[in-house]
Design a protein around this ligand. Structure first.
Ligand SMILES: NC(=O)c1ccc[n+]([C@@H]2O[C@H](COP(=O)([O-])OP(=O)(O)OC[C@H]3O[C@@H](n4cnc5c(N)ncnc54)[C@H](OP(=O)(O)O)[C@@H]3O)[C@@H](O)[C@H]2O)c1
Length: 291
């Protein structure tokens, strides 16, 4: 089965390309070959490749920058998804798409379920939510996988930033009042390939929105603590820096961050048998690769 992967050079895209199951032929494209914002290019590429399934790992992901260039965020995250959705529907094939915890306001106290009301607080989250709506409106066979706090050996992410800062500073302040689920890019790629395999075997999936994040939930401060503990143990850091717990208010950013990003991932397990990965184990694999 031929699968077109948009955003093949991103964190998740890279892991998708590394994990192609034998029964699939993956055609991975970066933004230069497949610019989602370019409606004609999307139609031409999809027509040319003739995939039997599309996975979209591409997005405008610069959360803070989106506040000052919203038109770019919407061009990729809403219009780009619509272009891909229309092309998939034209071929009668499914589109598996990734979305984000930032579609929620972040003021809940219980893990977010797929049916909970959305209310993004920034441009990035709003553009991703519009992408979800555009996908559902234009492509009948779709999966929206909302995930959070993505990390991996490839690309820029919190783990790589902490390793750099941990080498540069003896003491660091990390936000301790935002809660979420760190999720390895590798585990997202595996979940998507599992869905693709089920589609290949069964000819269908239970279409709709799903949540998929790592377990257990933690704060950025807790995540940093574990990064430093494991990195020191693996010899990636000479010493563990002193970690101070700070408040979101002490670390202002252009885009507001949700205080609560924890996702309830039970629907995906029940419908498709895909369980959450323990992010601490996933972190170990990433650090081993970085070492
Ligand atoms: N990172 C997170 O913490 C996080 C959290 C929740 C959800 N997500 C979602 O997870 C998905 C994957 O994120 P990621 O962390 O892997 O992102 P990433 O590393 O920033 O990769 C995104 C990729 O999107 C591609 N892209 C950007 N604009 C494009 C365009 N106009 N046309 C085609 N491709 C374009 C880029 O391609 P080139 O490199 O070829 O330019 C880039 O490689 C996204 O949907 C994101 O919204 C991420």
């Amino acid at each position: 089965m031929r699968v077109l992967i948009a955003g093949a050079r991103g964190q998740v895209g890279h892991e998708l390309m590394r994990r192609v199951p034998e029964v699939f032929e993956a055609v991975g494209m970066g933004s230069t070959q497949l610019d989602l914002a370019d409606t004609e290019q999307v139609a031409a590429v999809v027509n040319n490749v003739q995939p039997q399934l599309i996975i979209n790992a591409a997005a405008y992901t610069a959360v803070d920058k989106a506040e000052s260039e919203p038109e770019r965020a919407w061009a990729v995250n809403r219009d780009g998804v619509a272009h891909l959705a229309i092309a998939a529907e034209g071929l009668g094939i499914p589109l598996l798409h990734i979305s984000t915890d930032y579609v929620f306001a972040g003021d809940a106290r219980e893990p977010y379920r797929e049916t909970d009301p959305t209310d993004p607080t920034g441009v990035y989250g709003a553009s991703k939510l519009d992408g979800e709506v555009a996908l559902a409106a234009n492509c009948s066979q779709h999966i929206i996988l909302r995930t959070s706090w993505v990390f991996g050996a490839y690309g820029n992410n919190f783990v790589k930033t902490m390793l750099r800062l941990g080498r540069e500073h003896e003491e660091l302040g990390v936000v301790a009042d935002q809660h979420g689920c760190p999720t390895s890019a590798a585990s997202i790629a595996s979940a998507l390939w599992s869905l693709a395999s089920q589609y290949r075997e069964q000819g269908s999936l239970q279409w709709g929105i799903y949540h998929y994040g790592g377990s257990p939930a933690c704060t950025w401060h807790g995540f940093a603590q574990e990064i430093f503990r494991q990195a020191h143990g693996r010899g990636l850091l000479g010493r563990v820096p002193v970690l101070r717990a700070i408040a979101t208010a002490d670390y202002p950013t252009p885009a507001k961050r949700p205080a609560w990003s924890v996702l309830d991932c039970s629907k995906l397990r029940q419908a498709h048998g895909i369980a959450q990965a323990d992010w601490r184990e996933e972190l170990g694999l990433v650090l081993r690769e970085l070492a």
